[in-house]
Design a protein around this ligand. Structure first.
Ligand code: BJW
Ligand code: ZN
Length: 271
């Protein structure tokens, strides 16, 4: 991307009153959290996207919990990177100037919130919440291991000794029901309130930043053409082209943590 494009982008950014951001796993890659597709998307011999399914849960809930236990353990040691911080600073500047700013994330790691982002729509749930399959209660849970039985389990090594967990070893709610990760798997509906909040953010936004997502998973990917129909400018930040690159007015190629701090170091023109 030439210096001129960068200047054009920054001038559009500064004049934007309503900004929306869509992030994916790539924004957390530099924090040490693996992405889903491509290298790093394997746990043992399982494709991560195949474990994030109701079918995998039905087949072996213990295996699915082991996968999430591994991700919780790993995420505990991860901190927000300069990309998360740059987005949080941008939000604060826009909020102070009376502008609108919403960050829509597909990530469940909580790193945007940790960096100080406040207006966050979590489309795919949270790694740190569990849901009871009997009474539906959603609770915060930061226990690692999730239950004592998972201590020392979850190694991504394909040759790791694997054992099957019994139903009694899974996390349980006070009501006696089994708890699952409070995340959205393939084929499951996103929360209507999250979808509505995301649609509100896209509706009439002047600029949409698309950061670190392959943009192949719907409905999240659909927010990009939706923004385009609303006449928004679209800027992508990614290490490689995504499924929506052709819809973007600006494409910045590289790591989000490398690019965003200086690219977003812009003051709002209004306010
Ligand atoms: C960097 C970087 C660096 C690397 N800097 N960049 C329309 C058409 C076709 C199919 C469908 C459709 N509508 C719905 C569907 C079905 C399905 C779907 O989309 N399938 C497609 C795959 C074809 N969607 C669903 O099933 C959704 N539900 C639904 O639609 O329900 C309808 C319904 C209504 C009423 C009743 C019942 C149902 C649900 C989707 C849920 C997705 N869940 C997961 C797991 C979440 C929990 C967990 O984390 O475990 O979400 S799957 C996984 O993919 C996860 C992610 O959030 C999501 C997106 O992935 P993301 O973030 O883009 O990651 P990657 O790895 O793909 O990409 C990383 C990117 O970063 C790459 O581009 C890199 O280049 C880049 N990168 N390093 C910048 N340093
Ligand atoms: Zn319960």
């Amino acid at each position: 991307m030439s210096a001129m494009n960068r200047e054009r982008f920054q001038s559009s950014l500064s004049r934007s009153r309503k900004i929306a951001v869509l992030t994916g796993a790539g924004v957390s890659a530099e924090s040490g959290i693996p992405t889903f597709r491509g290298a790093g998307g394997l746990w043992r011999r399982h494709d991560a996207t195949r474990l994030a399914t109701p079918e995998a849960w039905q087949r072996d809930p213990g295996l699915v919990w082991e996968f999430y236990h591994h991700r919780r353990e790993r995420a505990l040691g991860c901190r927000p990177n300069p990309a998360h911080h740059a987005l949080a600073r941008l939000e604060a500047r826009w909020r102070d100037a009376g502008g609108a700013f919403t960050l829509i994330t597909q990530n469940i790691d909580g790193l945007h919130e940790q960096a100080g982002s406040r207006s966050v729509v979590r489309l795919h749930g949270s790694l740190w919440q569990v849901r009871c399959l009997s009474c539906g209660a959603v609770t915060e849970n930061r226990d690692v291991p999730i239950t004592p039985a998972f201590a020392g389990s979850g190694s991504p090594d394909p040759d790791a000794h694997a054992r099957r967990f019994t139903a009694a070893e899974l996390p349980h709610c006070g009501c006696g029901g089994v708890q699952r990760p409070h995340v959205v798997w393939f084929g499951e509906a996103l929360q209507a309130s999250d979808l509505a909040a995301a649609a509100d953010a896209i509706d009439g936004c002047d600029l949409l930043l698309v950061v670190g997502t392959s943009a192949v998973v719907y409905p999240a990917a659909g927010f990009v053409p939706m923004a385009r129909r609303h006449g928004a400018l679209i800027a992508e930040i990614n290490v490689e082209p995504s499924a929506v690159t052709s819809l973007c007015d600006f494409v910045f190629t590289g790591g989000a943590g490398e690019i965003l701090p200086s690219l977003l170091d812009v003051a709002p023109a209004h306010g």
